[in-house]
Design a protein around this ligand. Structure first.
Ligand code: ATP
Ligand code: MG
Length: 294
């Protein structure tokens, strides 16, 4: 497993308090390891402190053997490459990585308030104010990603963490893709791309609009819109866009209007993210600060 090529530049912490840190490759000795924060499919996440800068981070430890067994090395490499280049207050920073014989370590921004789906479980569903604030911040983060030709493709409560101010952080770029790059290598130069090919890049990005619509519904109702006992029924309901709004909880018609405009089968007809931000429900309900305070 060679996630890190020897000559690859390493991202370092660049916040003001850490800017004095000399650029060099990290090893485990550079960190004090604290309490475990959680367990993932391929390893564990620990609270940690980078000794030189005193910066608190989350250290994700992955076992190479498990990654190899599941054949996800390629996916991890892509995740690291993409996430380490994104800088947005609603996207979890990936400061860098290092490895030893058995493990790969990802140095991540620490999200002190934990997982969003636990919050959702606790509350059952969110208020419109809270949901709108979250959806607006995610729309802004996705506009940023799409501007960099990155499509997340796996937006769901499990992949959202909560930062110190209560702001959402998109984590887990394991399924994301960098379309621009792919197309560029595929087609040589962009200059020769036909309109429909340029357009299809944007079409791809609209999968994230759909997911945002699903998320908005789940925030407000506590369950995803196309839920069913059998997978085959969920599949059918998605294909038919079998969207129903239950009578309870009582949700404003503007919220339902926004959801209906994002959950559109024809991907080119989904409400573009900048229009999501201008939608009356978002304008009326989301916190101008972009941060929900309970
Ligand atoms: P996978 O992504 O492999 O499916 P996962 O998403 O369940 O796994 P991880 O991303 O490895 O798990 O994280 C495991 C748990 O650790 C998370 O569910 C979360 O509670 C916690 N955690 C992960 N990253 C952070 C972080 N940056 N800050 C705070 N807690 C974190
Ligand atoms: Mg995850």
């Amino acid at each position: 497993m060679a996630v890190a090529a020897e000559n690859q530049p390493q991202e370092k912490i660049t916040t003001t308090e850490a800017s004095a840190v000399e650029k060099r490759r990290w090893t485990l000795n550079d960190f004090d390891i604290g309490k475990p924060l959680g367990r993932g499919k391929f390893g564990h996440v620990y609270l940690a402190r980078e000794k030189r800068s005193n910066q608190i981070v989350a250290l994700k430890v992955l076992f190479k053997s498990q990654l190899q067994q599941s054949q996800v090395e390629h996916q991890l490499r892509r995740e690291v490459e993409i996430q380490s280049h994104l800088r947005h207050s609603n996207i979890l920073r990936l400061y860098g990585y290092f490895y030893d014989q058995k493990r790969i370590y990802l140095v991540l921004e620490y999200a002190p308030k934990g997982e969003l789906y636990k919050e959702l479980q606790k509350c059952k569903y969110f208020s419109e104010r809270r949901a709108a604030t979250y959806i607006a911040s995610l729309a802004r983060a996705l506009i940023y990603c799409h501007g960099k030709h990155v499509i997340h493709r796996d937006i769901k409560p499990e992949n959202l963490l909560i930062g110190a101010q209560g702001e959402l952080k998109i984590a887990d770029f394991g399924w994301s893709v960098h379309t621009f790059n792919r197309r560029r290598t595929m087609c040589g130069t962009l200059d020769y791309l036909s309109p429909e090919m340029v357009e299809s890049v944007e079409h791809d990005a609209s999968v994230d609009i759909w997911s945002l619509g699903v998320l908005c519904y789940e925030f407000l109702y506590g369950v995803p819109p196309f839920e069913a006992k059998e997978h085959s029924d969920t599949y059918r309901r998605i294909m038919q866009v079998d969207l129903k709004f239950p009578p309870r909880p009582i949700i404003s018609s503007t919220a339902k209007d926004l959801i209906s405009q994002m959950l559109v089968k024809e991907c080119s007809q989904r409400l573009p993210l900048h229009k999501v931000l201008e939608h009356p429900w978002i304008v009326q309900n989301s916190e101008p600060s972009g941060v929900y305070k309970s």
